[in-house]
Design a protein around this ligand. Structure first.
Ligand code: CTP
Length: 401
């Protein structure tokens, strides 16, 4: 819930700044206290007077409010005051500066001083959003622990059509509300989550891996933790960072290591969600020295790895809830239903690589949940953190059924 939360809303110079008027109204109506910081360019798009009136607080903008008289705005105080910092809209320029620690305005100084969670709602033209530098900067910010909201697809200020629009104020509001709703509905539950890829060594410098980023599994672990569960997150190699007092992270590299750690933990768990992209095959032999280039072909013999989820399914007791994922490119429902039954799951989360915006490299995902009683639910394309909420809510519903 956002009631009583102290929120700093950072507004930067984008046409989407007009959306912040509605957003502030929604936040204030919910009982949040909102203080607005505008970058100098933002004032060209919406007036400080509008945002001050709606937020019922003076709007801050200058680091040095009146340098001659020795006045300055205390960004450290502002940063420490906030329970939550939301930058919406966030332009490519502000995102780039944040990613590199630049600090040439009050908003950036406050961001660097703040100890609270920061949410970033990008807004820009589709080519700027898709540009490698913007995507690299967003990835960096994510790795620093910030939460990046997805962008919407549609008509842009440039007249082009594509991904880059800031979410609508109602959508930003719902996103924040979900993220800040601690229900404690899972207090006392022990949860096991696997995430990320596995790396199977070929020699000291090479491995077989996959494109899994770990984002889905990390979002699931966070969603469980927000509901008060104690989570063990067993993660393959990923750059993601995560800090929550309810989450204990165990890093592994290979499928074999993930199997050992997961099977050992399962006996102590009430709920297990296996979202890792585990290698199905691993090299029979790992060369202890670098394999030198020789003939035109190199043959590697691969052996099947142990299926962790299937093993948990065989050992599961009646009280434990077991959830798996299925990533399919064809005959999606049929293949996922087979896995659901073969691995003895309560439900399976199907991702289709056919769905636009779904899959490994995206921040969004589109899922279908297939329950063991045959009930199938389709969900819309959503951010991975909202998808994680949907999955956790399904589990809460099973527990309370
Ligand atoms: N899984 C696992 N251990 C493995 C392989 C998969 O625990 N060795 C889990 C995944 O974490 C996922 C589910 O099984 O929850 C399905 O994974 P997926 O790769 O879609 O299916 P597979 O069973 O490996 O079958 P295939 O690759 O043939 O589609």
């Amino acid at each position: 819930m956002l009631k009583g939360k102290k929120i700093i809303l950072g507004v930067t110079g984008s046409i989407a700044a007009y959306k912040t008027a509605t957003l502030i109204r929604l936040l204030v109506k919910q009982g949040a206290e909102v203080k607005v910081i505008m970058t100098p360019d933002a004032k060209a798009f919406i007036t400080p007077l509008t945002l001050a009136t709606l937020s019922k607080n003076p709007v801050h903008s200058e680091l040095l409010a009146n340098a001659e008289s020795g006045e300055w705005t205390n960004h450290v105080e502002l940063g420490l005051w906030a329970d939550l910092l939301l930058i919406a809209p966030a332009t490519a320029n502000t995102i780039a500066k944040m990613a590199h620690g630049l600090c040439d305005n009050l908003l950036l100084a406050t961001y660097l001083s703040a100890r609270c969670k920061t949410y970033i709602a990008p807004a820009m033209d589709m080519d700027m959003y898709a540009h490698t530098s913007t995507q690299t900067n967003l990835e960096k910010l994510r790795q620093y622990g910030n939460i990046i909201l997805p962008v919407a697809e549609g008509e842009l200020a440039s007249g082009l059509n594509g991904f880059g629009r800031m979410l609508e104020p109602e959508e930003v509001f719902t996103f924040l509300t979900h993220h800040n709703t601690a229900t404690q509905k899972l207090k006392g539950k022990r949860v096991l989550v696997t995430a990320g890829p596995t790396y199977e060594s070929i020699d000291p410098v090479r491995f077989i891996g996959n494109h899994s980023s770990g984002k889905m599994g990390f979002s699931i672990a966070e969603a469980f933790a927000r509901h008060g569960a104690k989570v063990t997150l067993i993660s393959g190699p990923t750059d993601l960072h995560l800090q929550h007092e309810n989450i204990c992270r165990v890093n592994v590299t290979s499928a074999e290591e993930m199997y050992d750690k997961t099977v050992k933990q399962f006996g102590k768990s009430d709920i297990a969600v296996m979202s890792a992209a585990v290698a199905d095959y691993t090299p029979e032999k790992v060369s202890i020295t670098k394999i030198k280039k020789s003939g035109n072909e190199l043959h590697l013999k691969l052996l099947k790895t142990k299926d962790i989820l299937a093993e948990l399914g065989r050992n599961k007791n009646k009280k434990q809830i077991l959830v798996g994922f299925a990533l399919e490119t064809d005959h999606e429902l049929e293949n996922a239903t087979k896995k659901l039954k073969a691995k003895n799951l309560d439900f399976i989360v199907l991702n289709s690589l056919q769905s636009k915006g779904a899959g490994f490299s995206h921040d969004t995902n589109k899922i279908t949940i297939i329950h063991k009683n045959g009930i199938t639910q389709d969900f819309k394309l959503k951010s991975k953190s909202e998808v994680a909420n949907d999955i956790v809510n399904q589990i809460i519903a099973l527990i309370h059924a």
